[in-house]
Design a protein around this ligand. Sequence first.
Ligand code: NAD
Length: 294
Amino acid sequence: MTDIKNVSVIGAGVLGAQIAFVVAHAGFKVTGWDINDDAVEAAKGRFNSIGKSMIADLDTASEESVAKAHENLSLTTDMEAAVAEADIIIEAVPEKLDLKRSTWEKLGKAAPSHTIFCTNTSSLLGSEIADASGDPKRFINTHFANRVWARNLVEIMPNPKTDLKYRDVVEEFANEANLAPIIIDKEQRQYLLNSMMVPLLQAAQQLYVEGIASVDQIDKDWRIAMNADQGPFEIMDVIGLRSIVNVAQGSGAELPEWKLKFNEIATKMIEEGRSGIGDGEGFYKYDAEGNIQR
Ligand code: NAD
């Protein structure tokens, strides 16, 4: 058992709201922070829809347990108040290095001396941010997957200055929060999941744009051979094409012909309101529950 009781989630957007709600559902007191009243209102809406999805998707969630999660949650725009009693902070502000660093400068000063510092980045390393907090030995990356309640993986990645006793506490906390912790020993920009998944998605994109096979046949091939629930294009619909295009464009690398062509197709789909499951349509069409209409 850890001593963690109070959890602060900084940035209650797509991922922050999910993390906050899932942790509150597991019985922790959670204080969410966001930048202004509009963002706090948006977070309330997110909490409501996450609660509904949890009831639909999980045997372990009910009207009562979700109501209790709402009771465990509070929201504020006052950062100092948000972390005043935090045993652990999970930060999920946008993926911009300057913003992450300036946020951690404030958090490091405002938090108690025992608080564990976690950042949920997609590809920024802890060693690029940790010193801004004022105490890098308490600083660690925790990488959650979108739809945290259903895909409850959390990749825990220390940086070279992290004291590993905090890694062990975060691992135990993750178990207490009904998450599935995965330990990464050495810093890696795309963690384990994206290091494996991005090459798969890119191979599928290349096969498609070069006319080797259709979306449907590529997905079917993968599903049958790997006994998988989803093929690569179904995965891309869940991630959303905006992220897929942003990651490629943000990499700074010179893109090959097939990737430029794929980005063109994806950008057109986004403009047409077909960015993935969130729009009800991406490579496939979805019903209101998010099931593919084949
Ligand atoms: P998001 O844009 O949905 O949420 C970010 C939140 O931070 C918003 O509520 C926003 O109001 C708030 N915020 C606080 N300070 C801000 C400022 N100065 N400027 C703008 N917004 C500010 O982003 P997200 O998708 O929840 O991503 C958060 C972090 O999690 C990022 O580092 C992202 O890379 C990472 N992440 C996202 C996913 C995903 O699938 N969305 C998956 C894994 C990791």
